[in-house]
Ligand binder design. Structure first.
Ligand SMILES: NC(=O)c1ccc[n+]([C@@H]2O[C@H](COP(=O)([O-])OP(=O)(O)OC[C@H]3O[C@@H](n4cnc5c(N)ncnc54)[C@H](OP(=O)(O)O)[C@@H]3O)[C@@H](O)[C@H]2O)c1
Length: 331
């Protein structure tokens, strides 16, 4: 497949959310690779005809941002490098894309064969951008930001609520005397505890019963709480009441499922709370050095996409026409 045939549709979840039925329609019959994260849905396919078939199957396709050819590759590269993420430069997204590809390509189909060599190049280029312009950016993961917020000196257990994708990336970063794990379905919390112990055998780690009461009891004994579950008005009111009833002073709550809806909710005015939106605001205020590196990394993604459009094995610009193509890339 030529790079010119690569097609990408991008739905930003802050502007528009696809329903599970939309996702099923988009990816139907293995005609598209659908990558779904909490911030966006990216649909990848080959050829304009395939893209038109998606437009026919998916009524909301007109609301997508569309890319083709080298622009599509450049978008996927920025996406995999974390440059499209709200936590710019974050590293977790690459793992999510690789996992999505592993699942998609495990089912044999024409599209996975057509995309395979481009996806391998995408992974290679992602590693190069991360090792080049994004190296020494400083740790840009949700876990590292949470660790920075909580500090290392909490004088009691940390409660982690949730055991999904985000909780799995955050848990290893939590430095605490004891990690308490609670999840709606206990077996996922047990699996998370196994992963934590595998990475850090010294870490004291306890899986709580899955009842709501067990979670609320942990809120009263924990020094800090990290939530990796969606906000839930009813449950959150109970959590806040338990937090306020504690005998201990201080402590922090980091709620990564709580976006701009924190204002006007039960969470408003809760002392020690950091929502996901507040975490993004804090990062935005960080140094100019970080934004300079991100600009360089975005440029590197655009340059690599132009190189890839010259041929899969191109490693540098060869002629005046190629240099002209580079001149069109804005810094
Ligand atoms: N993944 C990211 O990079 C990322 C980044 C920033 C923010 N977030 C936010 O963090 C939250 C979790 O994301 P995720 O990626 O970890 O999702 P996920 O892998 O789907 O896991 C969802 C987690 O939330 C729990 N959960 C879902 N609905 C629930 C409910 N009604 N009551 C109680 N627990 C519920 C799930 O419990 P079960 O195991 O029992 O289903 C699981 O622990 C979301 O609000 C997401 O928007 C995620």
């Amino acid at each position: 497949m030529k790079l010119a045939e690569l097609q990408v549709l991008h739905f930003d979840a802050t502007a528009f959310r696809l329903t599970p039925a939309d996702l099923a329609a988009a990816g139907g019959l293995q005609q598209a690779w659908v990558i779904s994260t909490c911030q966006r849905v990216v649909i990848v396919t080959a050829g304009r005809a395939a893209r038109e078939r998606i437009n026919d199957r998916l009524a909301v396709a007109a609301r997508a941002q569309c890319f083709s050819g080298a622009d599509a590759y450049a978008f996927l590269l920025r996406f995999a490098c974390g440059l499209e993420s709200r936590l710019a430069g974050e590293t977790e997204i690459f793992g999510q894309i690789k996992e999505s590809w592993r699942v998609f390509s495990a089912a044999p189909g024409l599209l996975s064969r057509q995309l395979d060599s481009w996806v391998q190049l995408l992974f290679k280029d992602t590693k190069e951008v991360r090792a080049g312009p994004l190296s020494s950016l400083g740790s840009a993961s949700y876990g590292s930001q949470v660790r920075r917020l909580l500090g290392a000196g909490a004088s009691g257990p940390t409660l982690l609520v949730g055991a999904g994708q985000l909780a799995q990336t955050v848990a290893p970063w939590l430095e605490t005397t004891e990690l308490l794990l609670w999840n709606r379905s206990r077996e996922r919390a047990v699996e998370l505890a196994r992963l934590v112990r595998e990475r850090n055998p010294e870490r004291a780690c306890r899986v709580l019963e899955e009842s709501a009461e067990a979670e609320l009891a942990a809120w009263t004994s924990a020094a800090d709480v990290v939530l990796c579950v969606p906000a839930d008005a009813g449950r959150d009111a109970q959590r806040i009441a338990a937090w306020r009833a504690r005998s201990r002073e201080g402590g922090r709550i980091v709620h990564l499922g709580l976006g701009s809806d924190a204002a006007g909710s039960h969470w408003q005015g809760v002392v020690g709370l950091t929502s996901l939106t507040a975490l993004f605001d804090m990062l935005r205020a960080q140094s100019d050095q970080r934004s300079l590196q991100l600009t360089r990394a975005r440029r590197a993604c655009a340059e690599k996409a132009v190189l890839r459009s010259l041929g899969p094995s191109a490693t540098q610009a060869h002629g005046w026409e190629d240099l002209a193509a580079f001149a069109t890339i804005s810094p």
